[in-house]
Design a protein around this ligand. Sequence first.
Ligand code: NAP
Ligand code: MG
Length: 504
Amino acid sequence: MSNQQSGAVARYQLLPAVRDFISKPKRMLIGADWVAAASGETIDVLDPASEELLTTVPSGGEADIERAVRAAHAAFDSPAWRDLYPTVREKMILKLADLIEAHAEELAQLEALDNGKSVMMAQIIDVGAAVSFMRYMAGWTTKIEGSTIEVSPPMPGVKTFAFTRKEPIGVVGAIIPWNFPLLMAIWKVTPALVAGCTVVLKPAEQTPLSALRFAELVLEAGFPPGVLNVVTGYGHTAGAALARHPGINKVAFTGSTSVGKRIGHAAMDNLTRVSLELGGKSPMIVMADATLDMAIQGLAGGIFFNHGQVCTAGSRLYAHRKIFDKVVEGVAGAATQMKLGPGLDPTTQMGPLVSAEQRDRVCGYIESGLKAGARAIAGGGAASGKGYFVKPTVLVDTREDMAVVCEEIFGPVLVAAPFDDLDEAVRLANGTRYGLAASIWSNDLSTVHRLIPRLQAGTVWVNAHNVVDAALPFGGFKESGIGREMAYGNIEMYTETKSVLMFI
Ligand code: NAP
Ligand code: MG
C-alpha cells in the first residue's frame, strides 16, 4: 500500500505533520485506546482529485459501537468529568479551540486532501468557523441556569421550594456528513461538551480523517478518555447501530432527509431525543430593483460555494422577468470562468466532488434535466480526466415538475426561472418539500419585509447567502429537519430539565 499511498501525497506541497498523519496506520478512539475495528476490516480513503488511495481507516460496526457507548457511559458517570466545575470545562473547550487554531493549516490540508475542497477555503471556513463557534459556545458553559418557581400545591399552608435544574442529557450519538467534515464534528461535539455530555461520533465514510485528528487534539486539550469516542465506519453498519442503541440518550444528525427519517424512526423506538439537520433546495429570489453586479457575484457564491455541496446551497434562482436574462447570463459567466483543480492547488476555485458516487449522482440529475427539456447555459456534466470534477452548471427552461428543480442535487448545479410578481415568487420559492433557507436580493425594504414572513425557511438572508453565525439559530422548516443548532438553544438540545418540588 505504501507505493499507492505515495502518489497523491508526494505530489502536493503538504506540511510534514500532514504527511506523518497520513502515513501512520489509522485507528479509531474508544475510551483511552486507539483501536482497529473488531472485525479487522478497513475502508479506503481516496483523494477525490486524483482518485488515488490516501490511507485506510477502520470499518467500525456494531461491536465497536457497543464498546464506544460503554466507554462514553463510563466517562459520563466518572467524577473526572461529571464533577468538573463549569469554569474548568470552559477552559478545556477554549484550549481545544486554541489547539485547532494552532493546527489550522494542517487541518485545512487534511480536509482538502480528503474532501477535495480548496485548502484556502478550508482554512477560512471549515477551520476558522469551527474555532469561532467553539469560542462562542464555550461561554455558555458557565451560564447554564434553571429557575426558582412559586408553586401552589393543593394543601393550604404547606411551605414549598421549587426549582428547575438543567442537567446534561447523557451520551450523545453524533452522525455527520462529508461536506464540512471537521466543522460538522465540532458543531455536534462542542455543545455536548458545554452541557457536560459525552459523545460517540461517527464521521462520514468518505471523510474520516479530520475527525480522527480532532480526537487527538481533544485528548491533548485534557478531556478525560471516553468523553469523545470516534468510530469510523459505514452509515448502514456503524451509523445504524449508533442510532438504534438504547444506551444513547440523544442522536444528533446532519445529513440527507431520507437517512434523517430512518434515524428518527430508530431513535423513536427507544424514545431517544433526536435533532435532525437535513437537506434543502434553497431559493434565491432576485427582485427587479436589486444591485445586479453585487447580486450576481453573491448568487454565484450562493450556489457554487463548496461545489454546491452545502445544505443551504442556493440551488434555485428566481429572478424578476425584467432582469432575468442579465442575471442568469452573469451567473453563467461566473460559472464558466471558474478554475477547476485539486483543492491543494492554491489557484483552484472549485475542487472535485467528494466521490465517484456523488459525481455520478450529480451528473445523473443534469442529464435528467437536459432530457426533460432544460438547457445548460454553463457547464452541463463532468469534466474530462482524472478526479471527480463536475463543471459548474446553470440550467434554464426548467419546469417545476423536473427532478432538477424539486430534488436536492448537492452539487454545482443551479436551476433558474423567471417570475412576474411577488405572489408567483413566493409560490415558486415555497414549492418544494424542503425549508432550510432562502435569500432575497433587493434594496426595497418594504418588499423585503413583506416577503420574509411568507417564505417557508429556517433562515432568510437579504443580499447575502450561506452566512451562518454561532449566535443565530440555524435549522429547517418542513423536511429540512427538526431542531435548531447555534445560539443558546443548541445547549438546550443537550440538556434535560429536572423540576424539583420540596415541602420544607
Ligand atoms: P447521508 O448519506 O445522509 O449521510 C450522512 C451521515 O449518515 C453519514 O455519516 C452516513 O454514513 C450516515 N448514514 C447513512 N446511512 C445511515 C443509516 N442507515 N443509519 C445511520 N447513519 C447513516 O448524507 P451525505 O450524502 O453524507 O451528505 C449530504 C446530505 O447532508 C445532503 O442531503 C445535505 O443537504 C445534508 N446536509 C445537511 C446539513 C444541515 O445542516 N441541514 C448540513 C450538511 C449536509 P456514511 O456516509 O458513512 O455512509
Ligand atoms: Mg453518504
